[in-house]
Write a protein that binds this ligand. Structure first.
Ligand code: GLY
Ligand code: MN
Ligand code: MN
Length: 458
């Protein structure tokens, strides 16, 4: 609880330094899956970051008054013995206040009225602007805020004159993970590593992609993860060239590669790992050539993930290795596309590598935080920000060869991505997912041992 309280204090002190204000957050809405059945509830990340509270229908109001008094208020569902028989335990405001360390707590139904009371004569309001387009207009935070401001005016008092985007303030805080967050991210990473290993061992010609997906999900849940962090991609053969493939019903065939992009969410924090390996346990010549290239690109990119390096150095390093490899392998014809610098300048490499090399990772798999900082330069762009201790990011280069004229047929339908999760430390880096085999030799050894183990069992 001390981490959540420290984060609330940080927001309160920020508002205090600006002359006082109120910060408002609500958790995520429940989402209908079909008819009267909902998707499993997942809290809003910002709300959880400041509250630690995972029940639906909850809100948080932080007040920093100009006179220096500060309060943290929680709004949540009341206890309801009848509903608790059907849906499970609810804290209720009083127990939630005590257990989660808020100053006061109310039933969620009191939110509009309390908001109007607290906003009167406060100089500023902080709330996430223009988020959650999925929520219907009458249930949006903007609508609640507009109602509260009108209610303040109706009392002939002054509503806040200034509005700030709370999401931006929290994004900057969330970008730097504290020790308790790093511990959870390592747990999510460890469970996901175990799941990938299990999936690798279970793969063989004749299995369906969903059978392998089931192995991943089994290991996630067995390890205590609440959810997959995103829909797992289990893509064999030509499917490996579909970046967001997700049906996962194809047949794993002898001679094909299998690309698995999957990670779990543990106590609100995500892992995001990709490995690509041969269905039959042995890379063919062309597969190995491509794989070694992507691995070299990933190693070059990871080497740039160091404190003080600009964020884009990671992508630039990956692109440089991949583009040279495309020329060397004959995927790109130097007579047509020119030299390495031509390929980079004209972005010709995008035929085979069309996505970025990573993203921030945290409570959201594509986590919040600006990638650029400072004022715009002469070209109108802001510079990429420098990496700092506490940031966590993925490094995930790939190579995707779709059939095309002029592309050697031996490489057709080869899709490879390799993704790991890197924590920037004060003087170095730590690969949270580095325990998962990644070299050709390591992967072939894991699969060979699994096959031999299966034979012994028979
Ligand atoms: N799995 C989503 C991504 O790699 O960005
Ligand atoms: Mn991924
Ligand atoms: Mn990713």
């Amino acid at each position: 609880m001390s981490s959540f309280r420290a984060r609330r204090d940080q927001v309160l002190n920020h508002m205090q330094q600006q002359g006082g204000g109120a910060a408002l957050l609500r958790t995520a809405p429940e989402q209908v899956r079909s008819n009267d059945t909902d998707f499993p509830f997942r809290h809003d990340s910002d709300f959880y970051y400041l509250s630690g509270f995972t029940e639906p229908h909850s809100a948080l109001l932080l007040i920093a008054k100009p006179d220096g008094t500060q309060e943290s208020l929680l709004f949540c569902r009341e206890k309801n013995p009848e509903r608790e028989i059907w849906d499970g335990f609810r804290h209720g405001p009083e127990a939630a206040r005590e257990q989660f360390g808020f100053d006061r707590a109310w039933p969620i139904e009191a939110l509009a009225e309390q908001l109007a009371l607290h906003l009167a004569d406060l100089p500023a309001l902080y709330y996430p602007l223009a988020t959650r387009p999925d929520v219907r207009p009458e249930a949006r935070l903007d609508t609640l805020v507009a109602g509260a401001i009108q209610a303040v005016r109706a009392q002939r008092k002054s509503p806040p004159a200034t509005c700030h985007d709370l999401a931006h303030l929290l994004a900057e805080m969330r970008l730097f993970k504290d020790p308790s967050e790093i511990e959870l991210m390592q747990r999510a990473a460890d469970i996901s590593v175990a799941a990938h290993l299990r999936a690798m061992r279970a793969t063989a010609p004749g299995r369906r992609e969903y059978e392998i997906e089931a192995e991943l999900l089994y290991e996630f849940r067995r390890g205590g993860a609440q959810f997959p962090a995103y829909a797992p991609i289990v893509a064999s053969g030509a499917n490996s060239c579909i970046l967001h493939y997700g049906i996962n019903n194809g047949l794993c065939s002898d001679g094909d590669l299998l690309l698995i992009d999957a990670g779990c969410e543990f106590d609100g924090y995500c892992a995001d790992i990709t490995r690509t390996f041969p269905v039959n346990g042995r890379f063919s010549g062309a597969q190995k050539d491509c794989y070694q290239l992507v691995l070299a690109a990933q190693q070059a990119a990871i080497a740039q993930a160091m404190p003080g390096r600009p964020y884009n150095a990671i992508h630039d390093a990956a692109v440089s290795v991949l583009a040279q490899g495309m020329l060397d392998l004959g995927l790109l014809d130097a007579n047509k596309v020119g030299t390495l610098s031509d390929v980079i300048e004209h972005k010709t490499f995008r035929q085979f590598y069309m996505h970025g090399t990573g993203h921030w990772l945290g409570m959201d798999v594509h986590d919040v935080g600006d990638y650029r900082a400072g004022s715009p330069r002469a070209d109108g762009e802001r510079a990429h920000r420098k990496l700092e201790a506490g940031m966590v990011l993925t490094v995930e280069p790939g190579l995707y060869v779709r059939p095309a004229e002029g592309v050697p047929e031996a490489f057709w339908q080869i899709g490879i991505r390799i993704e790991d999760d890197i924590l920037i430390t004060p003087d170095d880096q730590h690969n949270l997912t580095g325990a998962l085999p990644v070299t050709v030799e390591q992967i072939e050894a894991v699969m060979r041992e699994a096959r031999e183990g299966a034979k012994v069992q028979v």
